[in-house]
Design a protein around this ligand. Structure first.
Ligand SMILES: [Zn+2]
Length: 129
């Protein structure tokens, strides 16, 4: 009985995106926002939170069941890149090279300085707070 159910689920999920780090994040975000929403009891906030929660849930289900795996993997890569950026925030800043549009990870030195792109050797001025 359970085995049959399991096989049905596996067959249904075949060729679909399933769970990835971005979906896990969406799940926890949904849960966290739901908890926060319990503290906002008036109708306007309730309505806004409900809308937000449905949007997250919709995106989560859509991503899990999607058959367009390359597109979902691209989203997941983008998400993982944002996580890396956040982890690096104390040591590095990210700037886009104006010449080759490549993303550069630069160690923080405060103030205005000249940066050399490691990909195309283009030099440009960048400001670091
Ligand atoms: Zn460049």
């Amino acid at each position: 009985m359970f085995q049959r159910f399991r096989n049905t689920v596996i067959q249904f999920m075949w060729g679909r995106n399933g769970t990835d780090p971005l979906n896990r994040f969406l799940f926890w975000a949904y849960f966290a926002i739901w908890v926060i929403s319990l503290f906002f009891r008036n109708w306007l906030w309730g309505w806004l939170f409900a809308l937000l929660l449905w949007a997250i849930l919709g995106w989560l289900v859509f991503r899990t069941l999607s058959r367009n795996i390359p597109a979902r993997q691209a989203e997941n890569r983008w998400y993982l890149h944002q996580v890396t950026r956040l982890k690096d925030i104390r040591r590095y800043r990210y700037r886009r090279c104006p010449a080759c549009k490549g993303m550069l990870r630069l160690p923080i030195k405060r103030g205005r300085r000249t940066v050399t792109c490691h990909r195309c050797r283009h030099q440009f001025k960048a400001f670091f707070l």
